[in-house]
Design a protein around this ligand. Structure first.
Ligand code: 16G
Length: 245
C-alpha cells in the first residue's frame, strides 16, 4: 500500500483488479473482512468500507450469514432495437438456453384476444420458458402466440433454440416491431426459486406486444427479469434540436 491514496481506496482497487483479472469469478466467495484486513495490513473498518463500496457499486453482493460474493456483470440492453433473447446473449458471447416450463395450445382469453386482435376463443399457443445465459437463469418469459397456424407450435421444440428464428423459418412470421413496457416488481416464491433469488427480491416486469412486418400482432409476452442482472439503456434526443456543425 502506498501512503498517498486512502487505504480503503487501494484495497478496493486491488479487489476490483482481482475480479477483472478473473482471480474471483461471478458467484465466488471473496475473503472475509477479517482475512482481508490480516492479509493487507489494514484495519477491519478499512476492509469493511472497501467491500461495502463494491457492494454499493454492484460488483459484489452479500448473503446473510454466508459472506460476500462476486456479482454477475449486468446485461446492458438497448431499448431501440427489436431483438430476441437468443440474439442478445449471442451478441455478448454468452450461450443462450431455455427450459420449457409449459407449452400448450388453448383458447385466447378476452384480454389476449384484444392484444392480439383475434376473436375471443381463437386458439393461441402459450409458452412459458426459463431463459438462461451460460446456464445461469436470467428471466422467466411467458409468451402467447396467435397467428394462423400457431397451433402447430404446440409440439415444436422450443428448448433447443430461438422462438423468433423458428417463427420466421417455419411460419413466415417475421418479427418487425414491438411495444414494450418495463415496470418494477417483486418475485413470487415460484419465480424467485426459478431465478435463483429470494422471494420478494426486486424483479423487472416486461410486457411486449410484437408485430409482424405486415403489422399484425403475433405475440403478447409477460416476462420477469432478474433486476440485479439487467440495465436497460436508451438514447434520448430533445425535441426540436438537431446536431449542428
Ligand atoms: C425476448 C422477448 C420475448 C420473446 C423472446 C424470443 C421479452 C420482454 N422479450 O426475450 O417476447 O419471446 O425474446 O426469444 O420477453 P428467442 O427467439 O430467443 O426464443
Amino acid at each position: 500500500m502506498d501512503g498517498a491514496t486512502p487505504r480503503y481506496h487501494q484495497l478496493k482497487a486491488m479487489l476490483r483488479e482481482g475480479i477483472r483479472a478473473g482471480a474471483w469469478r461471478p458467484g465466488d466467495l471473496i475473503p472475509s473482512e477479517r482475512a482481508l484486513s490480516d492479509r493487507h495490513g489494514v484495519s477491519r473498518m478499512t476492509a469493511r468500507q472497501s467491500v461495502t463500496e463494491l457492494v454499493q457499486e454492484g460488483m459484489l453482493y452479500r448473503k446473510q450469514g454466508r459472506g460476500t460474493f462476486v456479482a454477475w456483470p449486468r446485461i446492458a440492453q438497448g431499448l431501440a432495437a427489436l431483438t430476441s433473447f437468443t440474439e442478445e446473449m449471442e451478441a455478448r458471447g454468452l450461450r443462450p438456453g431455455s427450459r420449457v416450463l409449459d407449452q400448450r395450445v388453448r383458447p385466447a382469453t378476452d384480454a389476449e384476444a384484444v392484444r392480439l386482435q383475434l376473436r375471443p376463443g381463437t386458439s393461441v399457443c402459450a409458452v412459458r420458458r426459463l431463459r438462461l445465459a451460460d446456464d445461469a437463469p436470467l428471466a422467466v418469459e411467458c409468451a402467447v402466440l396467435g397467428f394462423p397456424g400457431c397451433e402447430h407450435l404446440g409440439r415444436a421444440d422450443l428448448a433447443g433454440g430461438s422462438l423468433y428464428a423458428l417463427l420466421a423459418a417455419r411460419f413466415g412470421v417475421i418479427p418487425h416491431a414491438a411495444e414494450q413496457e418495463i415496470a418494477a416488481g417483486r418475485g413470487d416464491a415460484e419465480t424467485a426459486s426459478l431465478l435463483g433469488i429470494a422471494p420478494g427480491d426486486p424483479v423487472l416486469l416486461l410486457r411486449r406486444t410484437a408485430f409482424t412486418d405486415r403489422d399484425h400482432p403475433f405475440e403478447y409476452a409477460e416476462s420477469v427479469y432478474r433486476a440485479d442482472a439487467y440495465t436497460f439503456h436508451t438514447r434520448l434526443v430533445r425535441a426540436g434540436t438537431s446536431v449542428s456543425g
